[in-house]
Design a protein. Sequence first.
Length: 158
Amino acid sequence: MILNINGKKLPYEADLSMPLLWVLRDVLHLTGTKYGCGVAACGACTVHIDGVPTRTCVLPVAAVEGKEITTIEGIGSKEGLSHVQRAWIEQQVPQCGYCQSGMIMAAEALLNEIPNPSDEDIDQKITNICRCGTYQRVKAAIKTAATSKAQNSTPSAN
């Protein structure tokens, strides 16, 4: 089986029922995606599968064959952080930081779907659990990232 992760084709030969989370972390050593609950409730294990935020702790690797997988390591670029990552730093979102990679992945997907989300959109779409309770900072960072993204995508007047 070949996995398409962060734009790279990576071979995988093992148990096809293994959850994608463990393939990413233990087999491919992409440790940015975290284990939180093991029942797809908390969102720490969120990655994008074909652009959709997906919790990977219960998703068998066989289910993602031929799909495009983006992990936290695939967000941003060599040139710099994504708008969401920069906003996370600016708004000082993390406390312990454990849930943050999954939360960032959920926020990236939200802004790809709804470029200027309302508070209600954020509450509805961001269902990840932050045990430190930084939800107000998460909301502020998402709004900051939305504004930054909109300003950078608007053509400048010459």
